[in-house]
Design a binder for this molecule. Structure first.
Ligand code: AKG
Length: 256
């Protein structure tokens, strides 16, 4: 796929047309540093703090599938996601100063599950438009469950099924594009860009960080987001899989 340098104004033109764009973000040293930080965060204990670890059952046993709410507790990752080229790129694509709304690591370790076709917007309360990206910690391709996206399709929230994912008839009518990326690249996408991903059927982990940003002019809503998410997840369940989100997009099997 065609990729752009951070700060390239053509990337903004491409994003405004497609609803997604691929950016070269980290060099080899940056990728090495990122992997060290992710190893630290993934080793934090489940009960040690207010960060949120989620686990799934795979054919190879229970595995970590997601961590959320970690930037307050890791200065390196916080700096990466809230300053420098990441924030600059979010601001360029939004068209004004951006601020971090939420962050997650999706591990998709060997045997890990995929995500049903969905738009993120229905899972993100308070404002209508956000921008997210998948920052590759590992290379992602068809075998280990890279994203698939739909181009030119971010104008509206599409019809949803009972777990907040896109209805089957609409899914069939959309044109899906595989979006493989290399570690260190970021696939930026609008919160109404339809996306999905398969299971990790390879022998290679497919870890990625997904920070989400909104326009600062709409408010710094990160703490309110996590308060609302925790409250809603404590009082309601969606679907029968591991619930990592306010919609039932994740296909991971529950443990036990
Ligand atoms: O990590 C993936 O494969 C897909 C993630 C995704 O769509 C999500 O977390 O909303």
């Amino acid at each position: 796929m065609q990729s752009f340098a951070t700060g390239d104004s053509v990337a903004k033109v491409f994003f405004d047309d497609h609803g997604w764009v691929l950016i070269d973000t980290l060099d080899d040293d940056g990728i090495k540093q990122l992997r060290e930080w992710i190893n630290e965060i993934s080793s934090w204990s489940d009960e040690g703090g207010p960060w949120l670890h989620y686990r799934e059952m795979t054919d190879f046993g229970p595995k970590l599938c997601r961590t959320e709410n970690f930037t307050p507790f890791h200065s390196g990752i916080r700096a990466l996601l809230t300053s420098g080229s990441m924030l600059q790129c979010a601001s360029l694509l939004i068209g004004e100063q951006a601020v971090l709304y939420k962050e997650k690591i999706n591990y998709k370790l060997v045997g890990g599950a995929g995500y049903a076709p969905h738009q993120d917007a229905p899972a993100y309360p308070f404002i209508d438009s956000h921008i997210s990206c998948m920052l590759g910690i590992d290379d992602a391709d068809e075998l280990n469950g890279c994203l698939e996206v739909v181009s030119h399709c971010f104008g509206e929230v599409l019809p949803m099924n009972d777990v907040g994912c896109i209805t089957n008839d609409v899914v069939q009518s959309l044109e899906w594009t595989m979006a493989p990326l290399r570690a260190g690249q970021t696939l930026w996408f609008h919160s109404r860009t339809p996306h999905r991903s398969g299971e990790n059927n390879s022998q290679r982990d497919r870890r990625a960080i997904y920070p989400t940003y909104n326009a600062l002019s709409e408010g710094d809503l990160r703490e309110a987001y996590y308060a609302a998410k925790l409250q809603q997840m404590a009082t309601s369940t969606v679907g029968n899989n591991v619930q990592v989100s306010l919609i039932g997009d994740f296909q991971g099997r529950t443990i036990g």
